[in-house]
Every structure is written in C-alpha cells, then in structure tokens.
Write a protein that binds this ligand. Structure first.
Ligand SMILES: C[S@@+](CC[C@H](N)C(=O)[O-])C[C@H]1O[C@@H](n2cnc3c(N)ncnc32)[C@H](O)[C@@H]1O
Length: 378
C-alpha cells in the first residue's frame, strides 16, 4: 500500500533515498533546503521579482507537491506521537484554533483529496495550485510578504501559502478536533462511535487514538477513500493497538446499532464533489429537496433507531455560497429535520476558523469565523 501511495504522489525515488538514509519522513526538497534557506527577507527586499523567480525555478526544478511524505515506519511513529498528544478542550461551547497535529498524516494518506472539487469550480486542489505558474509565483510572494524569520520559503511554508492563494479548497477534518469533540460528547471509555461519512480519515485518526479506546465505526461509499481508510486503520492498529471498523456503504441505507455517539462532517449538499460514483449523495440527489428527502431523512432515521437512549447525535455542517454567489442554507433545515424526526437540539459548539490575510479581508477582522457542530439527543 505504501508503494502505491509513493507512486500516486510520484515520489518513489525520494522514498528510496529516505530509506537508504534511514529517514522516515521527507519533503523531496532536502537537496535544496540550504539554498532555499538562503532566501531571506532582506534578499527579497533587495530584488523582489528576481528572488521570486529564483525560488520559482528551484521548485519547478523538482516539481513535487510540497507536503510531508512518509515511509510506513514514519506513519506509525507519527500516529504514536498523536496518541500521546493532548488535544484542546471545548470551552464555553467553543474549540479554539490550532489542534493541527495529525493533519500531515492524512494529507499524505488521502491523495484523492487533491481531486475533490469545491463549489462546482473544478479541481482547485493544492496540486493544481502548485502546478499553476501564476499561483505558485503568488504563493512565493505571500511567503516573503507575510512571513518573518528563517526558512521563509520552505516546503511547509509554501504549502500553507498555496492554501491561501485563491478561494476555497477541500479541507480535511482535524483529527484533534475530532478527539476533542468525541471526548466531550461521549465521555465513556470504550464508547461506541458511529461516523456516518468517514471522509479523509480525520475522525478515524483522532478518535481511535484517544486514550478512551473508543469503538469507532466509519462508513463511506467512495471506493478510493475506503481503501485509504482501511490502510490508515491498519497502521493505527500497529501503532496503538486500537482500530476501528471501516465499511463501504451509504448512510441512508446503513443501519448502525448500539451507538453512544453518532458524529460526522457529512457532505454539505453539493459544496464539494468527491468523485463521480453514483453512490455519492450529491450525485444521487441533485436538488436540495431531493437531498434532504433521499439522503438526510433516512440517514437521521437510521441513526435515531441505532442510538442508545442516552446517546448523542452531532453534525458539523455549514451554510455556503456557490461559486456564482448563490446561497445554500442547510443548517436550519438540518436542525428542523432532526427535530421533526424526534431529536432535540441541545447545543451548538463553535469550531473557530482562521481568517485569510490579504487585500480586502480586513472586513472580517474582529468578526468571528467558525463552523458549527450541532448536538442533538433523543
Ligand atoms: C469528505 S467528507 C466531508 C469533508 C470533511 N471536511 C471531512 O473531511 O470530514 C464527506 C464524505 O461523505 C461521503 N459521502 C458521500 N455520499 C455519502 C452517503 N450517501 N453516505 C455516506 N457518506 C457519503 C463522501 O464520499 C466523502 O468522503
């Protein structure tokens, strides 16, 4: 499986090199790290365009998406580190920024996050931005303009800048946010947790590496995603002895049983397109009404039936605007649908979000940016 991932990312030769050097994580830019570190703010301010062009040429010379890459041993080691890490707590119905541990693992393990399409605007993934000369130039400039200190254009710095250069990209649910939420909503050792759309493994990783030893069941219809979820599950078992159950299915048909907590971040109707498979709820139900009737209602009914009396049902979901600025209101309808099926809306937890630096974004300064987790009981 690891060989397949190295092939998909086109980093086989760097993986071999890392193994020969006894390294378990690599960026593929080790050979130019010193050169990149030489590009200081002062050097940039002396000749901005020339400096950007030189850094651009270095990155194009290697031309590998700037994320952290792993050997299998590196993955197991980082999962153990996550197991021993402490996640932020829910305070006053909020989860603060940070809690980023574990993101590098899933970014590498789920390359298909790179082909998911936000807002019907075609793929705008990290890979697409990196391979786009205009966006790569802009990202390099962002590094010099907004970062201070050393290693201004390291691969990690460049990846963060690429995530900022244009609009939305498909984000993964933070493993440590998942652990924070599940330990708060289900403070039960060996608690039965049902993830009704497992996605890119953020919840699997955060929940099964909790010291509460949760019994995690995750379902998802996406064939490639399920393959990566099963591999991550195997690695978690090797690393910390606990693991979950991964099932390829759709939540409108899957009937969970004996559940203490049902928690997920399902598709927000057609905000993101993950693949063309007909089992995808946004491919199967193409209007908001059909989506609620065909996907949301049966999903909630199955959860209501499988949830223990004092069980909890929680959903991270948000309203959004499409690429043409059309508004899609899903939150209120999600809550009223749950209430119409016998759930009681108990609380809303705010997951605070970063605001993007840059022109025209000062208007959001001071205004809270968050996504909600809506919590229900029976
Ligand atoms: C990727 S997650 C949402 C993104 C979120 N930020 C995350 O990573 O958690 C959404 C998942 O829902 C899955 N999905 C689509 N239709 C579904 C259905 N009918 N039942 C369950 N899961 C479904 C998709 O395959 C996708 O993996």
């Amino acid at each position: 499986m690891i060989e397949n991932l190295h092939k998909i990312w086109e980093v086989e030769q760097y993986a071999t090199l890392a193994r020969l050097k006894g390294e378990t994580t690599f960026t593929c830019y080790e050979s130019v790290a010193e050169q990149l570190a030489g590009y200081t703010k002062a050097r940039y301010q002396g000749a901005p365009e020339k400096t950007i062009e030189e850094v651009f040429t270095i990155y194009r010379g290697i031309n590998i998406v700037p994320i952290d890459y792993y050997t299998e041993q590196g993955l197991i080691t980082d999962i153990k580190v996550l197991y021993d890490s402490i996640s932020n707590e829910v305070k006053d119905y909020r989860i603060g920024l940070g809690n980023n541990q574990g993101q590098t693992i899933n970014r590498f393990l789920f390359p298909n996050m790179m082909t998911a399409e936000p807002k019907g605007r075609g793929s705008n993934s990290l890979r697409d931005r990196f391979l786009d000369d205009r966006k790569l130039h802009r990202a390099i400039k962002l590094c010099f303009e907004f970062r201070e200190g050393q290693n201004l254009v390291s691969p990690t710095a460049l990846r963060r800048a690429l995530e900022l250069v244009t609009g939305e990209n498909v984000q993964n649910f933070k493993p440590m946010h998942a652990r924070t939420l599940v330990e708060y909503l289900c403070p039960t050792i060996w608690g039965q947790v049902y993830d009704y759309s497992a996605g890119y493994g953020g919840r699997l990783l955060g929940i099964t590496t909790s010291k509460m030893v949760f019994n995690y069941t995750g379902i998802d219809p996406n064939t490639e995603t399920v393959g990566h979820l099963k591999y991550l599950n195997k690695l978690i078992h090797e690393a910390v002895g606990n693991s979950g159950q991964i099932i390829q299915s759709v939540s409108e048909e899957y009937e969970p049983e004996d559940i203490d907590l049902a928690f997920s971040s399902p598709p927000y109707f057609n905000l993101e397109k993950y693949c063309d498979e007909p089992t995808q709820c946004m491919n199967r139900y193409t209007t908001m009404d059909e989506w609620f009737e065909g996907y949301v209602v049966p999903t909630m009914r199955n959860i209501h039936k499988g949830l223990n009396t004092d069980g909890v049902f929680a959903t991270n979901i948000a309203d959004y605007k499409s690429y043409g600025n059309k508004e899609f209101k899903v939150v209120d309808r999600w809550i009223s649908t749950a209430e119409s099926l016998g759930f009681k809306h108990k609380q809303t937890i705010k997951m605070m979000l970063n605001t993007r630096p840059g022109v025209g974004n000062n208007k959001v300064e001071g205004r809270e940016k968050f996504e909600g987790v809506y919590v229900f009981t029976k």
